[in-house]
Design a protein around this ligand. Structure first.
Ligand code: DHB
Length: 461
């Protein structure tokens, strides 16, 4: 049985170029691991071993950043400064250590993970169970690990952004207790202080509908087909045009989104209702247009020509409007219909919802009804349990107080509605939310580390 207690003598002095830090590598963070990926690395700036202050932080007060490497809901291995093999956020870790943060990088299972019998052991909710176990481990080792375990900040991009967001809303949620005790997770809580989430691919059961609300009328799609081994994927251009049936489905899904959005009873910061009429227009859409206008205005102010995309109206240096249809047409559609709950059970999301023996399942009634493969639907309770939205405003879990959500204004992987719903629901429930759609930014993350760290410093000092 693994002892989950770290000792100070486990830290080894090391460095990369001019950066000096200490590390503990490859610690198994649960007592009964089921996969070799369930290990974490701890990195501490050397200055804290010499009682220095870095950027106003001490060894007791430094925030603990927990970046994950999850992408496509695939396994996200633990990471380290100078790592060159994909996937890595090495640059983020290096910059964070220089800035005085403690960094903990935990490896998390993903949908392709199998055991020695070939059974799947990384299907949902494995990714979040592992993330929570790693957070519990950090808190359990508060005395040794350096930094302030009341200032833990998960960070991630795309499926990793969803992982960070779910860690942020589902703090201590009872749903995960049995899975955590089966693994022998450390006896500690797993709620966190703040979340940094880039383009989170979450709220999956509503993402198909949201995508059609956004892209209805745009019928050509352009994307990359991913083939080859998971650790060395090969990308080739793949494109198509929606068939008449798909266009009909697009309309049907768009209507579903309108019903869903109105059921949420969201409000803006002035308390006005955010909703949509039967044509899909209304105050919720206007909020997204305002976010796009603010994004374009920041770009204009920085001297960027915003007419790379159509539909941005600029008068005398002021962005005065966005022609929604023109903008989206020039942005282009990436995914066919349905965008996530693929009828051939080939998308990462359908694989996420498989089980020990089943590689993929549907997670929407629409997908199950129209499936082109023999299929079953994932349990409704599981689908809800891995959606960060489920936990906002609930009473038996703790939601992080501070959120920084970024979703590029050129991101076509999921609808702008998806991060906007997350941001607004968090705001409506009393969290502090910093949400922007950075201009001309595709599906990506950690592209603005200086601004990210300014935000961290502002909420932590
Ligand atoms: C990711 C991107 C997607 O478009 C998607 O459907 C799921 C995950 C990703 O980059 O993690």
């Amino acid at each position: 049985m693994t002892s989950l207690k770290l000792t100070i003598d486990q830290f080894k002095a090391t460095g990369l170029d001019s950066l000096r830090y200490r590390e503990i590598r490859d610690v198994t963070y649960v007592q009964r691991p089921v996969d070799a990926i369930q290990k974490l690395n701890v990195f501490v700036p050397e200055g804290y071993f010499e009682n220095q202050t870095i950027n106003g932080y001490t060894r007791e007060t430094a925030p603990i950043l927990m970046p994950n490497t999850v992408g496509g809901y695939m396994p996200g291995p633990s990471d380290y400064p100078g790592k060159t093999e994909w996937p890595t956020n090495s640059k983020t870790i290096i910059a964070a250590l220089k800035h005085g943060y403690v960094v903990v990088s935990a490896g998390l299972r993903g949908w392709p993970t199998t055991d020695s019998n070939g059974n799947f052991i990384g299907k949902a909710p494995a990714f979040i169970v592992d993330m929570k176990a790693a957070i519990r481990f950090v808190k359990f080792n508060a005395e040794t690990i350096f930094g302030n375990t009341d200032r833990i900040i998960p960070n991630g991009t795309s499926a990793g952004g969803a992982t960070a967001a779910l860690a942020g809303t589902a703090g201590n949620a009872p749903y995960f207790d049995s899975a955590l005790s089966v693994l022998g997770a450390a006896p500690a809580t797993d709620d966190v202080f703040a979340v940094s989430s880039y383009c989170p691919i979450h709220n999956l059961e509503h993402s198909d509908a949201a995508y059609e609300w956004e892209f209805s009328g745009v019928n050509d799609w352009y994307r990359q087909k991913i083939t080859g081994p998971l650790d060395h994927p090969v990308f080739t251009p793949w494109q198509g045009t929606l068939s008449e049936t798909e266009q009909h489905w697009s309309y049907e899904l768009k209507q579903q989104f309108i019903t869903y959005l109105n059921s949420l009873h969201l409000t803006d910061t002035a308390g006005h209702q955010l909703d949509l009429d039967t044509t899909g227009n209304g105050s919720f859409k206007n909020l997204i247009i305002k976010l796009l206008m603010a994004s374009a205005q920041r770009a204009v102010d920085a001297g960027v020509d915003v007419h790379k995309y159509q539909g941005i109206k600029v008068e005398a240096g002021r962005v005065v409007g966005v022609d929604w249809s023109a903008y989206l047409k020039s942005l282009t559609r990436m995914k066919a219909v349905p965008a996530f709950d693929d009828l051939n059970l080939e998308s990462p999301e359908t694989h996420l919802f498989g089980d020990h023996e089943t590689s993929a399942k549907h997670f929407t009634a629409f997908g199950q009804t129209h499936s082109q493969k023999p299929s079953v639907m994932a349990p409704a309770e599981l689908i809800a349990a891995v959606n960060p939205i489920t936990y906002i405003g609930q009473s038996d879990n703790i939601v992080a107080k501070h959120w920084r959500i970024r979703h590029g204004a050129a991101d076509r992987d999921t609808s702008f509605a998806i991060p906007t719903i997350l941001a607004v629901m968090l705001q409506n429930s009393g969290a502090e939310v910093d949400f922007q759609l950075p201009w001309d930014t595709p599906h990506s993350g950690d592209y603005d580390l200086a601004a990210l760290f300014d935000w961290v410093d502002q909420i932590c000092h």
